[in-house]
Design a protein. Structure first.
Length: 149
């Protein structure tokens, strides 16, 4: 099983929920995926570069979206591609130094795909209820804190 950068065992439901939220924020707001993240079993946070704070309605809509994907019970799958193919499909700026020539792409149904070496659930129904517990915006950075359960 993979270990994350903080040397704690990843919690697959939280990590998979992060993929769904990250992908949808990138699509809705064109800001790319989170530039900073801290994913743990108890609570997690993601930081995005956004010029304006997200409204309560936007946050509620994101929460509903993630829960709709969870409720859709879609498969979480993987594929392996070459680095050159990845460069044509993904932002490579967060790829770690020394990554191999073959890279893993994780798919959450048709809802999200991204390069990832982490652990995930087999189906979204294993995630549980997703809740955004807080958010704040300062100096062009939108932070979103969320929990499962």
């Amino acid at each position: 099983m993979e270990l994350n950068e903080h040397n704690k065992q990843e919690y697959p439901p939280m990590h998979t929920a992060e993929h769904i939220l990250n992908g949808e924020i990138a699509r809705r707001y064109g800001c790319g995926r989170a530039f900073s993240s801290h994913i743990e079993r108890r609570k997690s946070k993601l930081d995005y570069r956004l010029p304006m704070p997200l409204t309560a309605d936007e946050l509620h809509s994101l929460e509903e979206y993630v829960n709709s994907v969870v409720g859709a019970d879609v498969a979480v799958t993987e594929e392996f591609i070459t680095r050159s193919e990845a460069e044509s499909r993904f932002d490579m700026t967060r790829l770690p130094e020394g990554a191999s020539e073959t890279l893993r792409v994780v798919h959450v149904g048709d809802y999200d795909e991204c390069l990832c070496a982490g652990t995930h659930v087999g189906r979204t129904s294993e995630i549980g209820v997703f809740r955004i517990t807080s958010s704040r915006h300062a100096d062009g950075v939108q932070r979103i804190v969320f929990k499962l359960g």
